[in-house]
Write a protein that binds this ligand. Sequence first.
Ligand code: DX5
Ligand code: ZN
Length: 223
Amino acid sequence: MNRPIEIAPSILPADFSRLGEECVELEKAGADRIHWDVMDGVFVPNITVGPDIVKSLHSHLTIGFEAHLMVVRPDEIAPLYVAAGCTTVMVHVEACTHLHRSLGNIRDLGARSGVVLNPHTAASSVRHVLDQTDHILVMTVNPGFGGQDYIPLLDKIAELKTMIDSGGHDIDIEIDGGISAATIGECAAAGANVFVSGSALFAYDDRAAGVAELRSIAEEART
Ligand code: DX5
Ligand code: ZN
């Protein structure tokens, strides 16, 4: 059974001098969740938003929030973003010494647990944590910046989908990086159902049309 197609815009390309208005626009455009790219300047060579900023935005919006933690201390940072209002919190395989425990801790905080794989990280790295996982995020760029070239990883997506389905797991596969009208279809056909889009979505004059186009291409690709 197909899981619903969801569009989760990244805030990275937003005009940060108008971050609140940009988030309201994304909500009005019909996005399913806002994807907060959290960067600590160590795990990736960039620094973005802290939990207080996310919390202040959350109080003005009804749309859901998810946090993509690109940080070297995910166990300490994850609770801050749950408290800020993120209902899905995703940690990198590459940053977790005890990944099974890290994911369980996120669930214990009442959020959905997500695990993120960099382009070089094998699907098999999450084989033994699927029982602790609600969401798998497949990076199709090297993390740290928006607007990078898409890295096709269709075999990895298909491998994850097979692992999930054969184990009877209830897990979303999300794709993050270079997702546009040109790339979303093949990822959906390979088995993904949630899509982060930053620069491509923000390039649309009409964001609602952008969300609708991305969603319909993904849905078409699965039929
Ligand atoms: C990169 C972030 C992505 C990125 C997506 O480290 O995790 O969410 O902002 O932006 P685009 O869609 O422009 O690749
Ligand atoms: Zn991201």
